[in-house]
Design a protein around this ligand. Structure first.
Ligand code: MF3
Ligand code: CO
Ligand code: CO
Length: 301
């Protein structure tokens, strides 16, 4: 993941959602919120973890809770709702199910350059590619928004996200959302033992570019299950037959981020919010997947 380049302008609304101008709110204060120095960064998981049957059962349950939380969001989301409200629904319902929202405080102790993630979901609106922070802005007719939910249930992680279209959008916007979903599905169709990560990336890239869209390079899918983010990185572009070979009982996400315009991103001064450099729309869909003997099980479906 990228780290912050301070690109939020002084007069822009503050990233924290207070509604105040950035300069009157968090400008210059970000460093103070950051982490106590005693925490050392955890060593990153470098090797792919082939899951045991017990782990798979735990990840399956966590992934099913993630799916149910997204179903709840899908039922309730509508024009006028704020992303803070969606965050609150998911936060409360996650706890009510005996789980912890994995995004909340994520990144704590992993370096002092940015604040830990302050909310329980990511909500990425319009030109936001990923890692948008919920705030008090109400969803409006014509918006598209990604809601990304990750549960930690008994130490097992399930990670998924969906797009929601608010009211009426231009045909081209609907196409971006649909093609991105197809990209995820075509990626999933490549998941089976002895296929490679490159097969997945290639299928996604071909489809996105065929429609004149671009694939974000700076963020990737990832191993998941006993940690929030594990090896391998799952790129959403690539060449057939290249990259790591898939093996039974690997668990990872596919989560293509597809842009209407150019693929370049930048991260705002909050250290999280990734936006398109050209200001155009971006869409994303995500599932957690298990490689089975004969193919794939979509754990968050
Ligand atoms: N759920 C995101 C993913 O798909 C990660 C969010 S990290 C957070 O990998 F800290 F921003 F929550
Ligand atoms: Co993910
Ligand atoms: Co996610």
């Amino acid at each position: 993941m990228k780290t912050a380049a301070s690109t939020l302008s002084r007069n822009a609304p503050c990233w924290c959602g207070s509604g105040k101008k950035y300069k009157k709110c968090h400008l210059g204060k970000e460093q103070k919120q950051v982490l106590p120095p005693e925490k050392k960064p955890k060593p990153k998981e470098r090797n792919v973890i082939i899951k045991t049957e017990e782990q798979i059962e735990g990840i399956r349950k966590s992934s099913q809770l993630t799916k149910e939380l997204l179903d709840m969001v899908e039922e309730r989301i509508t024009e006028g709702v704020t992303t803070n409200e969606i965050d609150e629904w998911v936060h409360q319902e996650t706890l009510a199910n005996g789980a912890i929202p994995a995004p909340l405080n994520y990144g704590h102790g992993q370096g002092r350059r940015r604040m830990p993630f302050p909310k329980s979901i990511c909500s990425s609106l319009n030109n936001v590619i990923c890692h948008g922070i919920p705030n008090n802005q109400a969803l409006q007719n014509g918006d598209i928004v990604n809601v990304d939910v990750t549960c930690n249930l008994n130490g097992f992680f399930g990670d998924a996200s969906r797009m929601f279209i608010i009211g009426d959008v231009p045909e081209k916007t609907r196409e971006l959302v649909e093609v991105t979903r197809e990209c995820l599905e075509l990626g999933i169709a490549q998941v089976r033992p002895l296929n490679t990560l490159g097969d997945i990336g290639h299928a996604i890239q071909q489809h996105a570019e065929k429609h004149g869209f671009s694939v974000v390079r700076d963020f990737a899918g990832h191993g998941v299950g006993v940690h929030f983010h594990e090896a391998p990185q799952v790129l959403h572009y690539g060449q057939p037959g290249k990259g790591e070979v898939l093996r039974k009982n690997m668990v990872f996400t596919i989560e293509p981020m597809i842009n209407m315009g150019r693929y370049e991103c930048k991260v705002l001064g909050d250290g999280w919010t990734a936006v398109t450099v050209d200001g155009e729309l971006s869409a994303q869909w995500e599932h957690t997947l298990l490689v089975t003997e004969s193919g794939v099980e979509v754990l968050t479906a």
